[in-house]
Design a protein around this ligand. Structure first.
Ligand code: GDP
Ligand code: IMO
Ligand code: MG
Length: 432
């Protein structure tokens, strides 16, 4: 068993990019298996900051093969820009075999984005606060069997045009007649696709599931890189304020086309506090000055949209829920350094509703927003920790914070991140 699934355990932006980059030093394969360019994964390589939306966060290591598997909705314009930026920044994509893209991945085009944004702007619609990247409409196409797949891009021009036309005609009807916006031109899309496929043809892989299967059979080290966070899961998140894919560990199997027997660990990337972008319930949210200070100290604005992230305290019942639905075996606790300025750190351990104490995260409750958090308050350590290399070096109060999380969740914290760089990482045991 040499597969490790890495997921976000909260509402996204937990630090998956940094964690996967650090973990990739030991990996042979890194796989993105769901979501699309709604993801923004930030890596700090030397003094350079890199933001990846679609390419797996293992790309900056010479030892890894990166795979985009069938479960991803692939914005091919963003992908080509990302490929070009990586090529320009160094020798990282020096051979096409470094990046394999599944023929079965769903292609996302401009009309998906137009539709997503039109819906968000519509006066009577529910405002989810999506990233506007076309994720919902692209997954709808897949489910209704109208999607263009990555492999379809490489058919002859006439067949491609017909497929595009089929997919586009319904969208244009909605865009024009329902949302009163300018329809998308088939000719423009076709020309765009024809030019983009010239760059993308080198990375085409007929069956990435078979590549991953063989790697796992040979005991190669395989990382599955989740996008978004567990509470944004389409079925088990805070619906309707969720994304359109499954963000749970099980999605790594389905999205990549492999069975569960190869999985050794499920590592939850967990921020030491909580953030959320877009609409939806957030029980431990801090508003006012307290929230602004956390936002400023944590530099909490989006890597994809630049929006400010809502900030609040760690929510242990929400994390317990996440642990249950993912089968989390280990935690990587991120951004612990951000809390160093605090004299006292509240941690939510339960909620109250109409005078009753509740210990489970009420994900399906229609009264969710009425639940009030119950906090236990821990003393802060008020000491700079970013250069610390060992758990034992951390101030005792920071260790206690970590121990509380471990105890409440009954899951070991394997990695502690104390800064955005690769070096600011404390390991407590080996990864694979
Ligand atoms: P992702 O979507 O889960 O990959 O997370 P993002 O990249 O969107 O957001 C995480 C942000 O926190 C990025 O700006 C990272 O560079 C930064 N970051 C990651 N780990 C740490 C850490 O331990 N400390 C601090 N201060 N920043 C971190
Ligand atoms: P990473 O991988 C944080 C949120 C959006 C919105 C909801 C639906 O960087 O952690 P969508 O565009 O997916 O239809 O938006 O999901 N969202 C994210 N929030 N991090 C992300 O990705 C997100 N991807 C989507 O803000 O609330
Ligand atoms: Mg992000």
């Amino acid at each position: 068993m040499s597969g490790i699934i890495v997921i976000g355990s909260q509402w996204g932006d937990e630090g998956k990019g940094k964690a996967v980059d650090v973990f990739s030093a030991e990996a042979d394969y890194v796989i993105r298996y769901q979501g699309g360019a709604n993801a923004g994964h930030t890596l700090n390589i030397g003094n350079q900051k890199k933001i990846l939306h679609l390419i797996p966060s293992g790309i900056f290591h010479s030892n890894t093969t990166c795979i985009i598997s069938a479960g991803v909705v692939l914005d091919i314009e963003t992908l080509v820009s990302e490929i070009q930026a990586i090529k320009q920044s160094g020798d990282y994509l020096n051979k096409p075999s470094k990046l394999l893209i599944s023929d079965s991945a769903t292609v996302l085009l401009s009309y998906h984005r137009v539709l997503d944004q039109a819906r968000e702007k519509a006066v009577n619609g529910v405002k989810i606060g999506t990233t506007g990247k076309g994720i919902g409409p692209a997954y709808e196409d897949r489910a209704s069997r109208k999607a263009l797949l990555f492999g379809d891009l490489f058919t002859d021009k006439e067949t491609l045009k017909n497929k595009l036309e089929k997919s586009l005609s319904e969208k244009n009807f909605l865009i024009e007649k329902f949302y009163k916006q300018t329809p998308v031109s088939l000719e423009n899309i076709l020309n765009k696709v024809l030019s983009l496929r010239e760059e993308l043809k080198f990375y085409r892989c007929h069956d990435t599931s078979s590549v991953i299967y063989k790697a796992l059979k040979e005991n190669k080290k395989v990382l599955f890189e989740g996008a978004q966070g567990s509470l944004l899961d389409l079925l088990h998140g805070t619906y309707p304020y969720v994304t359109s894919s499954s963000t749970l560990s099980g999605s790594a199997l389905v999205g990549s086309g492999i069975g569960p027997g190869f999985i050794k660990k499920v590592i939850a990337i967990t921020k030491a506090y909580t953030t959320r972008v877009g609409g939806g319930p957030f029980l431990t949210e801090c508003t006012g000055e307290e929230g602004e200070l956390l936002q400023k100290t944590g530099e909490e604005w989006g890597a994809t949209t630049g929006r400010m992230r809502r900030c609040g305290w760690l929510d242990l019942p929400a994390l317990k829920y996440s642990a249950r639905i993912n089968g989390i075996t280990h935690l990587a606790l991120m951004k612990l350094d951000v809390l160093s300025y605090l004299k006292e750190i509240p941690v939510c351990v339960a909620y109250t509703l109409k005078g009753k104490t509740i210990y489970d995260y009420p994900v399906y409750s229609s009264e969710l927003s009425e639940f009030k958090p119950v906090y236990t308050v821990l003393p802060g350590w008020q000491e700079e920790i970013s250069s610390m290399k060992k758990f034992e070096e951390l101030p005792k109060k920071a260790q206690d914070y970590i121990r509380l999380i471990q105890k409440e969740l009954d899951i070991p914290v394997e990695v502690v991140s104390v800064g955005p760089t690769r070096e600011a990482t404390i390991w407590r045991r080996n990864l694979f």
